[in-house]
Design a protein around this ligand. Structure first.
Ligand SMILES: C[S@@+](CC[C@H](N)C(=O)[O-])C[C@H]1O[C@@H](n2cnc3c(N)ncnc32)[C@H](O)[C@@H]1O
Length: 351
């Protein structure tokens, strides 16, 4: 077990792999006798979440972890900064528990049918109080073996991500630009809300991710005649006019540690500053587009990637539920320890 976890840590620290990839690679070269691999995955997840409480070299860290001397902690610079804005202990404590949100794809089915069928297949769920086509599922493994999941009638999508698209107030016939769109969860939700009647422009700088987005959109039953796929660096945007714009910005991903614990290992202040600058460049490019508004969202818990961008811009509070922002700006924050979602900042910038 010690050997397995040390190798897994190597793949995360040195190669920057996310947990599922690091786990698979480790499993290929290290065997652990008499252990259930689902359990080992959970142990690996906990190791990464606890990374900042462990001292010394990789093998020492693993030893300390296996002795039970660990706690889930953000890096110390992050704890210090965030203590001005939120209850850091509660936030950290909540990371251990992962919530699986599932969007029902009403382009392929209807909500009642899915609820009945999942019930019949023994999938336990709770319907969301804010979004009628969203459910919270207890057992992700069971969901993944359901017919609905295999047929793309439902997909796993965090509630914070779903609320971002709700904030866009999609109307049939809209022309919408999604400026960093891959792998396409929000783009497909836009088409769902517009009943496949949206002129949608999806762009991304990463061609492989764009390719994956196109295949996901196809599987989800999206009318591809209405989707225009553009490979571009959105800090040099080529699209001039729309009704609404979505910028779900690239970021430190610090809001999604619970779903991707490897982020905890490589989270640095430099990373936050790097993404903050990139976001600033992207937002200033959007300000040149002739449209009514931009929904800006970011999966980060740091104000440098959220509130700080809109201190001097004309904004409105998006019409979605959530918490107050850190600073006195219009926007919504969502947190794992309060809303059982990923950590997000969402705002509406008037153009
Ligand atoms: C948070 S993800 C987007 C998730 C997507 N909106 C969804 O809901 O599935 C950020 C995306 O920004 C893209 N990206 C990074 N830098 C970019 C740039 N300069 N221009 C356009 N896209 C960029 C990344 O490739 C990544 O796909």
């Amino acid at each position: 077990m010690k050997d397995f976890l040390t190798t897994l840590l190597y793949f995360v620290e040195e190669k920057g792999y996310p947990l599922p990839v690091a786990f698979k690679k480790t499993k290929g070269i290290k065997k652990v006798k008499g252990i259930n691999y689902d359990e080992l995955y959970e142990i690996s997840r906990l190791l990464l979440l606890s990374y900042n409480s462990l001292k010394g070299k990789r093998s020492k860290k693993v030893k300390q972890f296996l002795q039970g001397k660990y706690e889930i902690l953000l890096p110390s610079w992050a704890r210090e900064e965030l203590s001005n804005y939120l209850n850091v202990r509660s936030f950290e404590g909540s990371l251990r528990y992962k919530t699986t949100w599932v969007r029902i794809n009403t382009l392929k089915t209807d909500v009642d049918k899915v609820l009945k069928s999942l019930e019949n297949q023994g999938v336990e769920f709770e319907q969301d109080k804010d979004v009628y086509y969203l459910i919270k599922v207890k057992d992700e493994k069971k969901l993944k073996s359901s017919e609905e999941y295999k047929e793309f009638k439902v997909l796993i999508q965090d509630k914070a991500s779903v609320l971002t698209v709700e904030a866009l107030e999609v109307e049939k016939g809209d022309k919408i630009i999604d400026l960093s769109s891959a792998p396409g969860s929000k783009a497909s939700q836009i088409m769902q809300l517009g009943e496949n009647n949206i002129n949608l422009y999806v762009t991304d700088v990463n061609i492989d991710r764009l390719g994956r987005e196109v295949s996901l959109l196809r599987r989800l039953g999206i009318n591809m005649d209405k989707v225009h796929v553009i490979h571009q660096d959105s800090t040099m945007n080529s699209l001039l006019r729309a009704d609404k714009v979505l910028l779900d910005a690239p970021c430190s991903s610090s809001g999604m540690v619970s779903n991707e614990p490897a982020i905890m290992v490589n989270l640095t202040k430099e990373k936050v500053i790097y993404y903050s600058k990139l976001q600033e460049n992207m937002i200033s490019e959007v300000l040149k587009i002739n449209a009514t508004y931009l929904i800006y969202s970011v999966c980060s818990i740091f104000p440098e990637e959220g509130e700080d961008h809109v201190l001097n811009l004309r904004t409105e509070r998006p019409k979605i539920s959530g918490e107050r922002p850190y600073k006195s700006v219009n926007g919504v924050r969502l947190f794992p320890h309060i809303n059982s979602t990923e950590g997000f900042f969402i705002t509406k910038i008037l153009l």
